[in-house]
Ligand binder design. Structure first.
Ligand SMILES: O=C(O)CCC(=O)C(=O)O
Ligand SMILES: [Fe+2]
Length: 301
């Protein structure tokens, strides 16, 4: 079986074919997949049948894995697998009751709002590999945004305004806004998750390309008056969410998408979680500290 790479429209994203359902591939095939990931930002695999340990093993070939906290949303016996789900622990074919809050078999309503995983931490995650185990018969799509394309399309005066600047990301300010069903942060958790600052124009450590780096945990901009910073953040968030930069994944059970958190962002969309179950397993790659893109002297930004 030869690996095939079929780019989506505009080259943002690609389907990978010709791989076994458990993703146990040779080193040569793995290199083709890794190169395609760098070129296309997101890779989709369909018709998979991976056991948790195979999901973990394939993900690890891209680099060390990150264990999500709190640990209670990870798959029992497989702490490397973070579970996004509204299923009941007792009966995984049924949704949990509304009053049960954020969930017990996984985190319910995770990622509804554009973000990159771990952007609220000093070292955000390099990538994530999300595998659809159960999907609702309608809706529950995931949107992905091409942040290289967004950066390239920004008006020159906006690139000037953001050059050399970092946004402030705050779990403390926004936890209750983005995760109203989760318990509020304790004082210890607040100490563990202080505000962090990341460059708005980010240089990818592998491809060397520049992307717009922004997400829903960004609040304002270091060195700018609060209101001005907030306005710039809101402008950039809205800019990146324009349909021309987006790919919509309509999940089938057995699909998996590997995305690069350093040059894309994503957003879960809603579905009827009182009637249907949606269960996704995610492995998460450790990353490195985002680097500011250089702005060559004398050249337009
Ligand atoms: O469930 C989804 O569609 C995506 C959730 C999310 O943001 C993630 O798993 O990182
Ligand atoms: Fe996410």
């Amino acid at each position: 079986m030869a690996v095939t790479v079929t780019p989506f429209e505009r080259g943002f994203g690609a389907d990978i074919g010709g791989v076994p359902p458990d993703l146990q591939v040779s080193d040569d095939d793995f290199r083709i997949i890794e190169t395609a990931w760098g070129a296309h930002g997101i890779l989709r695999f369909r018709g998979l049948g991976m056991r948790p340990e195979q999901h973990v093993a394939f993900s690890r070939r891209f680099g060390p894995l990150h264990i999500m906290t709190p640990l209670k949303f990870n798959l029992p016996g497989h702490p490397e697998i973070f579970v996004v789900s509204n299923a009941s622990k007792e009966d995984p074919t049924r949704p949990i009751a509304q009053e049960q809050g954020a969930g017990d078999a996984g985190l319910k309503r995770a990622g509804e709002g554009f973000h990159t995983d771990g952007e609220d931490k000093r070292i955000p995650n390099a990538g994530s590999f999300l595998y659809a185990r159960s999907v609702p018969p309608e809706r529950g799509d995931t949107l992905f945004a091409d942040m290289y394309a967004a950066y390239e399309a920004l008006p020159a005066q906006i690139r000037q305004a953001m050059a050399g600047r970092r946004a402030r990301y705050s779990r403390i300010d926004l936890h209750a806004v983005h995760y109203p069903l989760m318990d509020p942060l304790t004082e210890d958790q607040k100490r563990e998750r202080p505000d962090v600052y990341h460059p708005l124009a980010r240089r990818h450590p592998v491809t060397g390309r520049t992307s717009l780096y922004i997400g829903r945990w960004a609040c304002d901009v270091e060195g700018l008056p609060r209101d001005e910073g907030r306005a710039l953040v809101r402008y950039l968030q809205a800019f990146a969410q324009q349909p021309r930069f987006l790919f919509r994944q309509q999940w089938r059970a057995g699909d998996a998408i590997l995305w690069d958190n350093r040059c894309t962002q994503h957003c879960a969309t809603g579905f009827d979680d009182t009637r249907y179950v949606r269960t996704m397993h995610r492995t998460t790659l450790e990353g490195d500290e985002p680097r500011m893109a250089e702005t060559p002297a004398g050249l337009p930004l």
